[in-house]
Design a protein around this ligand. Structure first.
Ligand SMILES: Cc1ncc(COP(=O)(O)O)c(C=O)c1O
Length: 432
């Protein structure tokens, strides 16, 4: 019935998540409120990990892309399940280290890391810095020389694959700000420079072809292209790398109609391509990584709101105003992302009322969703937006000086706060 198997409806007709009544959660913690299911997150991590162990005999690991949802508790949860961690900023690195994550399992991405961020990563002993461009490569080399260390790096490659996804979240093809292009020869030049550099050790290659992808074929193609390049580096430069990171991007269900593919199917088809390519080139199978973010936390999260106003404009639309908006979920305003919405305290009733869910920010475009069918709401009802676990809290701002909501983790019918809601005092803490 719902987009995620951690959701259900109880005997009171209320939406539940991992056994917790969402109406009770809204009452206990207030709204707007992010709610995440630990059971769902752990289950997904285990499915990824066990299919890795099955297809690569444990030689490799899933890496959680923490940009999807970064806080100390999620770092603890995913790493306790055997996943490694990707960070893309000094802030995400700081969060991971503060959570006690072993720096050796951290992969530092990003297309314009500052000198300070690079120094922070080197000083922290991060296991892998994924280099995006020539300037960065030279910066890392110079900084490592200055510090008298050898820094382990890998390289972000654009394999030139169009995964037919939304143009704003497509990062694999040539017109992309991320990485070195394969087809122009840029990637090979970068590898040559890295191999010749004295204070960096090139250990692997990385690609990420996009996000919210449902089709397995582009991932298979990316694996083949990347292994071809991996082999070329060995054949032409005699340089044996040790790992290949095939990125994230696996699609999830925002609407029931979304055809998300079980990860096990991705894993078996992509690992099939990896094994076949290695056999073709006579290569030992490298350590394989994948880097999912959205698919680990997306369906595990929901956001709860209180309906504050209903504005029915005849022959135009019905605005249902909630106590959140683009400051805590900017994804509809940014790229018209789909979501499933429902009235949590009337979850058993049919969804027949067409509504535009509006936030409280001073922007006409501050909408969470347009023209969705929900149960007929009343003021004071609790509205739930589903599949908000990824790129919601992590993309939140303080626009209009709204404090970011709290985040509650639920498991087996119990709940706990993992991120406190911001206060007004938090909003002015850096004001002078
Ligand atoms: C380099 C890299 N790795 C991993 C991810 C995670 O992608 P997703 O959340 O779609 O799995 C992204 C997302 O943009 C990315 O840019």
């Amino acid at each position: 019935m719902f987009v995620s198997d951690c959701l259900s409806v109880n005997e009171n007709g209320h939406l539940t998540i991992s056994g917790c009544d969402t109406v009770d959660l809204a009452q206990q913690y207030g709204t707007a409120l992010y709610v995440m299911s630990e059971d769902k997150i752990r289950d997904t991590c285990r499915r990824y990990k066990s299919s890795f162990d099955q297809h690569y005999a444990g030689n490799g690991a899933p890496i959680y892309a923490s940009k999807a949802f970064s806080c100390k508790e999620i770092c603890r949860i995913v790493t306790s399940e055997g996943l490694e961690l990707e960070v893309v900023s000094g802030g995400e690195l700081y969060t991971a280290l503060a959570a006690g994550v072993d720096p050796k399992i951290i992969h530092f991405q990003g297309n314009n890391k500052s000198l300070e961020e690079i120094a922070y990563a080197i000083d922290s002993g991060v296991g892998d810095i994924v280099v995006d461009n020539f300037s960065e490569l030279r910066r890392i080399e110079a900084l490592s020389a200055q510090k008298g260390v050898t820094t382990k790096i890998s390289m972000r490659i654009k394999p030139g694959i169009d995964a037919h996804t939304h143009q704003f979240i497509r990062t694999g093809q040539i017109d992309s700000k991320f990485g070195f292009a394969l087809e122009t020869g840029e990637a090979f030049e970068a590898v040559k420079e890295a191999v010749a550099a004295e204070h960096v050790e090139l250990t692997g290659l990385h690609c990420h072809i996009g996000s919210q992808i449902f089709d397995i074929s582009p991932f298979v193609l990316a694996a083949e292209v990347m292994l071809g390049f991996y082999n070329k580096i060995y054949v032409e430069l005699g340089k044996k790398l040790t790992h290949l990171n095939l990125g994230g991007g696996f699609g999830i269900k925002y609407k029931n109609a979304d055809a998300s593919v079980p990860y096990e199917n991705y894993m078996s088809r992509v690992s099939g391509a990896v094994h076949a390519a290695c056999e073709k080139y006579g290569l030992q199978i490298p350590k394989i990584y994948i880097e999912p973010g959205r698919s680990i936390v997306g369906e595990a999260g929901i956001t709860l709101y209180t309906v504050g106003d209903i504005k029915e404009i005849p022959s135009v639309r019905n605005y249902v105003a909630v106590d959140g908006g683009m400051y805590e979920n900017p994804r509809y305003a940014l790229y018209q992302s789909d979501y499933t919405c429902l009235v949590a305290n009337r979850a058993a009733e049919p969804r027949k009322y067409r509504a535009t869910i509006a936030g409280k920010c001073c922007e006409s475009g501050d909408l969470i969703q347009e023209g969705v069918k929900i149960q007929k709401p009343e003021i004071g009802d609790i509205l739930a937006v589903l599949s908000t676990g990824a790129y919601n809290y992590s993309m939140a701002s303080n626009y209009n000086r709204n404090p970011r909501p709290a985040c509650v983790m639920v498991s087996g019918g119990t709940s706990r706060v993992i991120i406190k809601g911001e206060t007004y005092a938090d909003l002015i803490r850096n004001d002078l």
